[in-house]
Design a protein around this ligand. Structure first.
Ligand code: NA7
Length: 560
């Protein structure tokens, strides 16, 4: 670990690029590549695979030294899926499904990274991926209908299609607390966790933040820590993960059921295995309700969030009841009533922010060597050479962990100088919130296609990403068959989709709450106003709309 996490990033190993950018594999279009893909995570790997099938020359640029995106970077202790592993893997290859055995129902980061490396090897993907290569700029050229792409190190290339596969949480942010650099001990943002193991035994450790990442980190390091202090600004409604190992017999059953599993994920709102219960909260008796919630609380995964009564995320009184149920659970599990109260959210209801799943998180606060500091009572004043100073006390630490989250959804785009027709800046265009067509295209940015861009539906990521990459591939295939060289969303189609995305979120309680899901990051300038960042109409409706556009010969786009 080093003191300044945002410049950290391992560049020392794994340079596997088959060619330098400068090697011109000129295509018939005159550009170096038919397509450049930004990012070799879950969506970028699959997009590469699909474009190769079309016969395109493709180059993937990846900042990291290996594949995996989120699972390459986030090596912090306790990092794991909140999606069932067997719903998270790629579904496109029967051979892959046959040969990969998941070890746990909710795989940890090392297992997931092994999986994604296996995929990269299995489909020989690395030869088209250039690692240690951060894209700094991408500018559209009208004269050639192509994109000029510049890497951070100054190298340049060009491609007919620019495909962003930058993920949702790939732009980590540090809080603007003075004194970051002064700490003499170690400090690190969870996203940039080092590859070497970090020892916590006997160490005095601070964790800043209590989001999904912090909840996993805190629970894991509390097992071996000397002393842990958690600095909390907003508590979360966490629910049990109930992870378990997968036995060989279970894996056999899962494998035999893959078609049903993936079919079910296609039917649900968030592509998870959990489907919303059709009943409303008040339709059942209090006893039935309690029994149902006890059952959900005792089951693995997101059932309590995604498989709950249909109205808990829209009806205030229903939401208050489920929140009360969760609050009682926290009070039962945390021995000190004052600490329990601090851990119970007061400014938002259950499920209106991303629900962290946990494996003993609340019990860590029963340990005598774990302390919770409420930053609303005693804000952090600065980082000092020896630790953290709050308005009330001076704390000494050997390690400070920033679990302070990401400039989510649009942050990774904002960090690249993307310019479309007449030099229009994407960051500027999205200043007041994203405007897209289907979360995939943007008017004035021809031939730029976003896999899982803003306004896509989030949820079980690979399920949605596979669909998104398939749709992008279909559109590019359509263009190539017809000799089209310029694909663009029209201003009308983008405005209509953006309006639809906004309308689809109306009435949902999450829109009234600050979180990354509403585009808020108090550490980033310009991200203080709530926006509609993702499509809330559910995946089945999203796919239906996308399919209608394709079936209609993409006539809603401007094609030339
Ligand atoms: P999140 O969910 O955005 O959480 C970040 C946490 O850091 C959250 O508790 C923040 O408090 C806290 N934070 C951020 N800035 C500060 C400052 N300045 N002072 C104190 N605390 C701060 O990010 P995660 O990495 O946990 O999870 C992101 C997603 O990745 C997750 O939802 C999964 O889908 C995967 P706040 O709530 O803003 O008061």
């Amino acid at each position: 670990m080093i003191a300044h996490p945002l410049v950290m990033g391992s560049r020392e190993d794994g340079m596997v690029a088959s060619q330098a950018v400068a090697d011109k594999a000129r295509t018939e279009t005159g550009a170096d590549f038919d397509a450049v893909v930004i990012g070799a995570g879950v969506s970028g790997l699959y997009q590469l695979y699909r474009l190769r099938e079309l016969g395109l020359t493709v180059r993937v640029f990846e900042t990291g030294s290996g594949v995996g995106g989120t699972w390459y970077w986030n090596r912090y202790p306790g990092a794991r899926f909140d999606s069932e592993s067997w719903t998270y893997g790629y579904s496109f290859s029967q051979e892959l499904l046959e040969e990969w055995d998941w070890q746990e129902h909710f795989a940890g980061q090392p297992e997931t990274l092994r999986y994604l490396n296996h995929v990269a090897d299995r489909f020989d993907l690395r030869r088209d991926i250039q690692f240690n290569s951060r894209v700094a700029a991408a500018h559209y050229r009208e004269d050639t209908h192509s994109w000029e792409i510049a890497l951070e190190d100054g190298r340049r290339t060009s491609a007919r299609f620019l495909i962003t596969a930058v993920g949702v949480h790939s732009a980590p942010t540090l809080p603007p607390i003075p004194g970051h650099e002064s700490i003499r001990g170690q400090s690190c943002h969870t996203h940039y966790w080092p590859k070497e193991p970090v020892k916590f035994a006997g160490k005095r450790v601070a964790v800043i933040g209590t989001g999904a990442t912090a909840v996993q980190t805190i629970t894991e390091i509390a097992k071996t820590i000397g002393h842990l202090t958690v600095f909390q600004r907003t508590p979360q409604w966490c629910a049990p993960l109930h992870n378990a190992r997968i036995t060989p017999e279970e894996m056999q059953r899962i494998r035999a059921n893959y078609p049903e599993i993936f079919a079910r994920c296609q039917e649900t709102y968030g592509c998870f295995i959990h489907a919303t219960d059709p009943r409303a909260t008040h339709e059942v008796t209090p006893e039935e309700r309690e029994a149902f919630w006890e059952k959900l609380y005792g089951e693995p995964g997101f059932g309590i969030w995604m498989g709950n009564f249909r109205d808990i995320l829209v009806d205030r009184s229903a939401n208050a009841l489920i929140s009360d149920f969760l609050a009682r659970k926290i009070r039962e599990r945390v021995k000190d009533p004052a600490v329990a109260e601090k851990l119970i959210p007061k400014n938002h209801g259950f499920g209106t922010r991303r629900v962290p799943l946990e494996s003993g998180y609340y019990e860590t606060y029963n340990q005598s060597n774990v302390k919770l500091v409420d930053l609303n009572e005693t804000p952090i004043a600065r980082i000092t050479p020896t630790g953290i100073r709050t308005s009330e006390a001076e704390y000494e630490f050997d390690i400070i962990i920033y679990a302070t989250g990401f400039d989510a959804i649009t942050g990774a785009f904002d960090r690249i100088d993307i310019r479309g027709v007449d030099g229009a800046s994407l960051k500027e265009k999205w200043r007041d919130g994203p405007q897209t067509f289907l979360g995939i295209l943007v008017d004035d940015f021809p031939n730029m296609l976003m896999v899982m861009g803003p306004h896509a539906g989030l949820g079980n990521f690979p399920r949605a990403a596979e669909y998104s990459a398939d749709w992008v591939t279909g559109l590019i295939g359509f263009a190539r068959e017809r000799g089209l060289t310029r694909i663009e969303a029209t201003a009308t189609s983008a405005a209509a989709w953006t309006d639809h995305v906004i309308a689809a979120s109306e009435g949902l309680l999450f829109t009234e709450v600050d979180s990354w899901m509403t585009g808020i990051n108090r550490n980033v300038e310009g991200k203080q106003v709530r926006r509609i960042m993702r499509y809330s109409g559910g995946h089945p409706a999203f796919r239906q709309r996308c399919e209608a556009v394709a079936a209609d010969g993409y006539r809603e786009l401007a094609l030339a």
